[in-house]
Design a protein around this ligand. Structure first.
Ligand code: KG4
Ligand code: ZN
Length: 348
């Protein structure tokens, strides 16, 4: 609606420079510049390279988003920016830019949590999030289960990974299989031609003895090692590695654990909305499995479309818009870039 606030969001926590513009829950622009190709040959994101790429991309991406939305900076009601968590130098570029634009155009600025933004982006697609909800947040840097009582103020961690993040496991296994970086989308594609039951890979922290202390925690490092051992044994025996079967079986193990624990959290808390966000939420098997298994328990699954799952500016704008609507006060102009921002802090 035309009278809803117009919010601009800036994202620079990792390798994507994103500027999104929303009005209420309506997405007007989602401009993105990625430095992913500059990192590919290193097999992971190189922080200094990412920071420099953000510096070069931030102003053109800002201009592109404003053009796409057909508005000027003067029309914007508030600027939201990822304050953390993420790469310190990369975050600084976005935070500094947000402050600069906020001062120049006399706009309030909201420093927001990247992880809460991964949840909030779903509102652009499916409208307001029913609260309480359970959120499964799975990205390259984080894997957590959260209880969301109030997306603007009250997010409670239930558990998280004790070693690798889910996306990190996808990236490492892809590398092992000779697939490009970032590996998640390539595993997803390869797996379509494979048999998910070909190899019985371990499901971390699901044994009865683990559930006592780690009911909602994840562990993917044992799975990654199991895949490495399996592939090495094949190679030592001089046999070809069935990439599609390994990809499908690995993916099945990850999704099985993520969905199992998320639905367990829904069941035990009596909450019937599960929202899945973060880059790994783009995974086709995770989306299908979650919907299928949740339906049997009367749980509704919400996942943003794949392009909104990976990092972008629209998610930051979506959270900013939610904060403005909820009457949350803006941040101070000296708001920090906090690489270790805790999950419980939605805005600073
Ligand atoms: O949320 P995101 O864009 O950045 C972080 O905040 O980390 O997540 C990136 C991660 C990468 O590890 C990437 O491999 C993974 O998300 N990813 C996927 C898929 N698309 C991206 N993992 C599995 N299947 C996918 N289709
Ligand atoms: Zn992310």
């Amino acid at each position: 609606m035309a009278d809803e606030p117009l919010i601009l969001g800036i994202e620079t926590s990792c390798d994507e420079t994103g500027v999104g513009i929303v009005r209420g829950h309506t997405l007007l622009a989602d401009a993105l510049a990625s430095s992913v190709e500059e990192h590919a040959r290193f097999g992971g994101v190189v922080p200094e390279v990412a920071s420099r790429a953000h510096l070069e991309a931030i102003v053109p991406t800002m201009d592109r988003a404003l053009r796409e939305a057909g508005v000027t900076i003067a029309d914007i009601d508030a600027i939201a920016v990822t304050s953390g968590p993420g790469l310190a130098g990369a975050l600084l570029v976005g935070v500094a830019a947000a402050k600069g634009y906020a001062v120049a155009a006399e706009k309030p600025v909201y420093g927001v949590n990247h992880l809460a933004a991964h949840v909030a982006v779903d509102t652009l697609e499916h409208g307001p999030l029913p609260e309480p909800a359970i959120a499964l947040l799975v990205s390259g840097g984080h894997s957590s289960l959260l209880r969301v009582d109030d997306l603007a103020r009250q997010v409670t961690p239930l558990g998280s990974t004790i070693d690798d993040a889910a996306g990190e496991a996808f990236d490492k296994v892809a590398r092992l299989l000779g697939l490009p970086f970032p590996g998640g989308p390539f595993i997803d594609r390869e797996a379509r031609a494979g048999d998910p039951a070909a190899i019985a890979f371990p499901r971390g922290l699901t044994a009865p003895k683990d559930l006592a202390g780690h009911r909602y925690d994840f562990s993917f490092s044992g799975l990654k090692t199991a895949v490495a051992r399996w592939v090495e044994a094949r190679q030592r025996a001089g046999e070809a590695v069935p990439v599609a079967d390994v990809a499908a079986s690995f993916q099945e193990a990850v999704c099985d654990v993520l969905v199992g624990k998320a639905l367990d959290a829904c069941r035990s808390s009596g909450i019937d909305t599960l929202v899945i966000g973060g880059g790994v939420a783009a995974n086709s098997r995770l989306r299908a499995m979650a919907k299928h298994r949740a339906a049997k328990h009367g749980v509704r699954v919400r996942t943003p479309r794949p392009k909104l799952c990976t990092d972008n500016g629209a998610m930051v704008a979506a959270l900013g818009s939610h904060l403005v609507a909820a009457g949350v006060a803006p941040s101070r102009l000296d708001l920090p870039a906090d690489s270790a921002m805790p999950l419980t802090v939605v805005s600073v």
